[in-house]
Design a binder for this molecule. Sequence first.
Ligand code: AMP
Ligand code: MN
Ligand code: MN
Ligand code: MN
Length: 293
Amino acid sequence: MQQQSHAKETRMPLVDLHSHSHYSDGSLAPADLVALAARAGITMLALTDHDSVDGLVEAQAAADEHGIQLVPGVELSTIWNGQSIHIVGLGINPTEPSLQRGLAQQAQARADRAKAIGDRLSELGMPGAYEGALALANSPDAISRTHYGQWLLEKGHVTHVQQAFDKYLGPRKPASVPMPWASLSEVINWIKQAGGVAVIAHPGRYPLTRTKLRALLADFVAAGGEAMEVATATEKPEMIKYLAQLSRQFGLLASQGSDYHGKPAPWIALGRFANLPSGCEPVWTRWLGETLQ
Ligand code: AMP
Ligand code: MN
Ligand code: MN
Ligand code: MN
């Protein structure tokens, strides 16, 4: 015990504010995710499951055990100008009623869509997809397109998960089901009412022109958003530089994270991404040394 607390004091800070457990489309249980974070030398970790806070209690218990600071988080799906955009909420109180109501609404939409995707795949000659995806997911309202991708791969309908999105699950593909996700301002309001900070997830990953991306940032700021991800595992150095510049221009705090999923995206390692460029204002300084939740 003595040695552990000594190790904690001398550890370099390593902050990863975007990760998934099996409560959404990650492969690890929250306790295993936190144990992995401890082994990777992470000192502050946010668990940000898609439209779910169900893993946070287990993650907090494991974080206490490993001496890691857990930032309670969530990654909310939203629609902006017909485009699906992800907003991470960090430092949220997961039991706050309006956030809870919002999450229940998103869960219902997710469960309905999961059935509809299963029906589409069945019509396309691939029966049993719903049952297969459900077996891979934690619950019917946690079924994600990632689970369908995994099932399609396991059954040999595709040769890799990306192909499942390109052929069936991606926008305008035959098994794509339009989603009634909440609006940008709705999800920002849920996060703020729960005492959290709204962060645009992986802004470089959307199929948006630079002009449209700037329009998204402007709308996000106008709706009360405060931060954007700048350093992520999948962006090239030039894009990270550009995102850093945008964060300064729009007066947004900067976040960083791996978007770790485990088995569905084995090329991503927890805590591994480029350094935040200088001149960015880190979003996490307010939580250093604080006990959240
Ligand atoms: P959902 O929230 O159910 O719409 O699923 C979205 C998830 O699918 C994302 O969080 C990613 O993990 C995964 N995903 C989305 N697009 C792709 C893609 N083109 N290739 C592989 N995984 C993807
Ligand atoms: Mn995901
Ligand atoms: Mn995302
Ligand atoms: Mn994510």
